[in-house]
Design a protein around this ligand. Sequence first.
Ligand code: TRP
Length: 351
Amino acid sequence: MQKDKIVLSGMRPTGKLHLGNFHGALKNWVALQDKYNCYFFVADLHSLTTAYEHTENLAENSRNMLIDWLTAGLDPEKSTIFIQSDVPEVSELNTLLGMITPLGWLLRNPTYKEQIQELLKQKYAGQLDEKSLGEKINSIAGDEEISSFGFLGYPVLMATDILIQQAAYVPVGKDQTAHLEIARDLARRFAEIYGEAVFTEPAPLYTEVARVPGLDGRKMSKSYHNAINLGEDLDSVRKKVMTMFTDPNKKKATDPANPEGCVVYAFHRIYNPNAAKRCEECKAGALGCVACKKELFALMEPEMKAFSERRKLFENDEALLQKIVAIGKDRARANAAKTLATVKKVMRITR
Ligand code: TRP
């Protein structure tokens, strides 16, 4: 037990979560609740760093994500669950930390360029050939719609989220390594400049997680339409399992096949203690895909049923949701306010 250590993590609200989010992150968060003093928040301000023109679904997406977190087992009695924009202290510290962040750190951040590439690809899909797209990517500085001040400052805001709560550990995916490094560097830089170490230096908390492919074998993603949602109704889940991608060389139930790359097998590895046995049977042509899929669904069914019931419960209890975020907000603000007060004192901006 390290209840004195703070763990903090957040997700940008993309709407309803799927099994990829569950097995890839949420399940781990749920387990961390019993070991640490956990803070989990909906990073709604972060979604404005790219989707600032599309705020029409922001509140709804935050609400859906919150419901999914509770469905998955995040527990407001154990953890502080809050919405980023409910904590104005974050925006204030973000301004202060922005002042001491060298521009070079942000311009060199590898995820900055990658994300710009991704955004440009989406924006010009089918309109530009590879070469013109490449030129466009190289002239990103001139693309005023995509490259905003807030977008470049994404890592500063993320560092603020972490440092303001004095988090010791941050469970994130490997893709967030560079961001976390900036948070650590900022903690140190602040101490160097003002002569007082106000912030806890946060360490990443990487956990081995199962990779969950989408129904078609690509990464599970909302935009690929290959996802199974948390709390999705059972009939729909059953149908989706029956359409999962399998070895295309296996035409008949008795054909021997290769389970590597088979989506059904990837799921068996998560849900079936006998996965290794099924793998051998498949290779030997002793297991047909239909039977294999039926067994998988039966194994997933109890958890999916529980999710679906829990999700409905939260969905239909607006008062409970409001109460949960109100409590989270109070706790997160109280903790943040302490850090902010010290920062302002050390920076001599109090009167
Ligand atoms: N950048 C994170 C992501 O895209 C989300 C995030 C924002 C975050 N602030 C954070 C994660 C602070 C951990 C800690 O996944």
